[in-house]
Design a protein around this ligand. Structure first.
Ligand SMILES: O=C(O)[C@@H](COP(=O)(O)O)OP(=O)(O)O
Length: 263
């Protein structure tokens, strides 16, 4: 992906878009699979949204006209914190169920190391990162089954589309129509921030950057680090980006932490 332009060339009219994963959640902190379970940010996750994400956006002099989130609170709360720190709480937030995290099926709520010890690291990494890795469907005896099925935040999910598990591939198909709506906003010139989750961000990034099924398996998204894209408003084409804002050493460390199965 090319670098972002530093100066305006040939009067080309462009617009930038930011994709960001929410701050550390309670389940990220406990190293548990989360998916469609609706957990809060950890105290550290709230600080990250404020001190890592918002500060990087302020430093880059970014502003927004509209923000997209999922319907899950870790995504919405992160957007609220970022916009408040930017003195931009007036920015409308559109919460869309299609931007929810990948449903982690019956892995939901289990510690990732515990699952790796039981099924092996290779199987767990396939479920986590394989393009068609499909965790076993969530069962009624999973302790989060009813909390997820009965969560009113999912009231917009059309009948027959409520998943019991999802692969990254299925997530890409779910996110594409939401992306078409978002791209319309971007190409109208509205400055958009998308505040979402690790795997749904990978689905979007695969689609936006045209990454192969193989290449996306090696992409890991750190919490609270803005990733910027730039579009040519005349042609509607992506002309640069896939660039993180922030301290490269910090980003490298946090990306490695996300890639790891953890303890
Ligand atoms: O669902 C989850 O557990 C994590 C991703 O976990 P990994 O795929 O990185 O294991 O998603 P998020 O915290 O971004 O909502």
């Amino acid at each position: 992906m090319r670098e972002l332009r530093k100066t305006s060339q040939f009067m080309m009219k462009t617009n930038r878009l930011v994709v960001i994963r929410h701050g550390e959640s309670e389940f990220n902190l406990e190293n548990k699979f989360c998916g469609w379970h609706d957990v809060s940010l950890s105290p550290n996750g709230a600080s990250e949204a404020c001190d890592i994400a918002a500060d990087a956006l302020i430093k880059a002099k970014m502003q927004f006209d509209v923000c997209y989130t999922s319907v899950l609170r870790r995504s919405r709360d992160t957007a609220d914190i970022i916009l408040a720190k930017m003195n931009s709480s007036y920015v409308p937030i559109k919460a869309d169920w299609r931007l929810c995290e990948r449903h982690y099926g019956n892995l939901t709520g289990y510690n990732k190391r515990f699952i790796a010890d039981r099924y092996g690291e290779e199987q767990v990494q396939y479920w986590r990162r394989g393009y068609d890795g499909l965790p076993p469907p969530i069962q009624p005896d999973n302790r989060y089954y009813y909390a997820i099925c009965n969560n009113p935040v999912f009231s917009d999910v059309p009948a027959g589309q409520f998943p019991l598990t999802e692969s990254l591939h299925m997530c890409v198909e779910r996110v594409k129509p939401a992306w078409d709506d978002i791209l319309d906003e971007v190409l109208k010139g509205n400055r958009v921030m998308i505040c979402i989750h690790g795997t749904v961000a990978r689905a979007l990034i695969k689609h936006i950057e045209g990454l192969s099924d193989e290449d996306i398996q090696h992409v890991n998204i750190p919490n609270s680090v803005p990733r910027v894209y730039e579009y040519d408003l005349k042609t509607g084409k992506l002309i640069g980006g896939g660039i993180y804002l922030g301290d490269p050493e910090y980003i490298k460390k946090m990306t490695a932490q996300v890639a790891s199965i953890g303890k």
